[in-house]
Design a protein around this ligand. Sequence first.
Ligand SMILES: Cc1cc2nc3c(=O)[nH]c(=O)nc-3n(C[C@H](O)[C@H](O)[C@H](O)COP(=O)(O)OP(=O)(O)OC[C@H]3O[C@@H](n4cnc5c(N)ncnc54)[C@H](O)[C@@H]3O)c2cc1C
Length: 582
Amino acid sequence: MSDTTPIVVPDIGDFDAVEIIEVLVAAGDEVAAEDAIVTLETDKATMDIPAPFAGRITELAVSVGDKVSQGDVLAYAEVSKDAAPAPEAATTATTAAPTAAAPAASAFHGDADRHAPLVVIGGGVAGYTAAFRAADLGMSVTLIERWPMLGGVCLNVGCIPSKALLHMAKVIDDAAGMVAHGIDFGGPPTIDTNKIGDWKNSVIGKLTGGLGAMAKQRKITVVQGTARFLSANALQVAGDDGDEVISFDQCIVAAGSEPTPLPGAPDDPRIVDSTGALELGELPKRMLVIGGGIIGLEMAAVYCALGVAVTVVELTDNLIPEADADLVRPLHKHIKARYENIFLGTKVEQLAAEKDGIRVTFSDKDGQRDDLFGRVLVAIGRRPNGTKLDAEKAGVTVNPRGFIDSDNQMRTNVRHIYSIGDVRGQPMLAHKGSHEGKVAAEVAHGEKRAFDARVIPSVAYTDPEVAWVGPTEANLKQQGVAYEKAVFPWAASGRALAMGADAGLTKLLFAKDTHRVIAMGAVGTHAGDLVSEAALAIEMGCDAQDIGLTIHPHPTLSETVAMAAEMFDGTITDLIPKKRTR
Ligand SMILES: Cc1cc2nc3c(=O)[nH]c(=O)nc-3n(C[C@H](O)[C@H](O)[C@H](O)COP(=O)(O)OP(=O)(O)OC[C@H]3O[C@@H](n4cnc5c(N)ncnc54)[C@H](O)[C@@H]3O)c2cc1C
């Protein structure tokens, strides 16, 4: 078997972005170790970059005039089977040993059990989307997933089960809210967490089962096992029936992420991450949610609806710190009245397991205190799985935070290996991952594609929902970008009033010079569904009139988007318009 290995720029001293003045090889050329590949020219000297091993050049990654730095890939080569690596692949102009930024790929000379033209590591939303798209383009695809079901975090322990439980929570809250309007179902509901769990699992099962069937229909080879790189063209997959080696031409890494644990927390079943929290089990009387971000607040909403006294503790001074404060305020007000406590600007110093619960020590500007909880959810973020793949054996760089960076074609520093989804970087969202999956599949198929989405929407499926797309006002202020704002309060929306959702608001942000929509934020029931219109408007370069003059159905919450545009345009009739000249 032959391997394609990147030839990278070694340590070239203090030089950066050095111009290539000559490319000395072409695809198909045989080279001996130490043969010059390219010549670089700095203002002080010219230097040849030698091949670190003997082999055949399969692809050039650079051309004359390109500027390269240490670690950049110059070419890919098949390593000769009997090639010994060059003793020291130093440049002819320097004597320093090559310590490239990108790790040198290992050579794997064993026999593969099978060959896959395209292999995808990870069957989550990013990975299965890439695999399905590539198969639909006619590629032969092997999808490796360590779990028995496809769907990854989103379908199994993330987006979908949490939304099933949030739907249930909303039904409970809405029913309770009707008491004031003359409909009383006769006190708090009887909760059977086993049945709720069965229902949640049936929703998951329908989706993941559907994925398995669709993979089959597309003739995708699904391999269950844990993959690790052996080289830039081979993987080892550890499965229940033993290990196998799969060689590949191209690989898409979609290995996802996992919950970040709280350092020093004891190992105790009453301390759970989001996966544990989705298994409701026997409900505690009091629960602490550590982390006032989206995942923590969604789970808090579920437990509160089920009758648990919930406390949320957040290190920063705001819930959902990445969203604008005006959007979070109505949510904060709503949950403050329901939750036992919301501690902002507060750090959890220690968790200690006691017989009657988990003792938690908090600290804030006023000092330390402690309290006892029956369950503690740690929802302080997620960390990527980039460090668990032996990526260095493929020459793939894993950044210090564990992400595998890739360019807008999803190519990592090793051109035929791509990264997508949570393992590629923030925001860790399913819809970002699936979009990247399509880009990677199309690029792997040879299409001229790149990730060029202008915006990625974010939604907290809390009650009320908080959603935004495009930069926040805080972002814009930080960057000194001039913008204008229009806000439509839901108290003036007939539909919102009829739904008891009049605390919501919809705001649009416009570029000051062009008046094009650059962002939207909304808080209220189904806010997450409303931001899609603004996402399309931003992608299409719409201005306020494009939205305001589009007829929206009445009475709907979607009208609030049009009315915010009319507020900006001065054409609103449902409220008094701000005077505008146009
Ligand atoms: C509680 C919760 C709620 C969420 N809600 C939302 C939401 O409402 N909307 C939203 O957009 N996002 C949500 N997310 C985030 C969303 O789930 C992730 O962004 C998404 O799952 C990322 O998809 P992925 O394919 O990149 O990674 P993952 O879903 O993590 O999938 C990676 C897959 O790779 C497999 N794998 C990893 N390493 C290997 C290996 N070495 N070999 C073989 N297989 C491997 C894993 O088993 C996994 O199946 C939520 C997350 C959580 C935890």
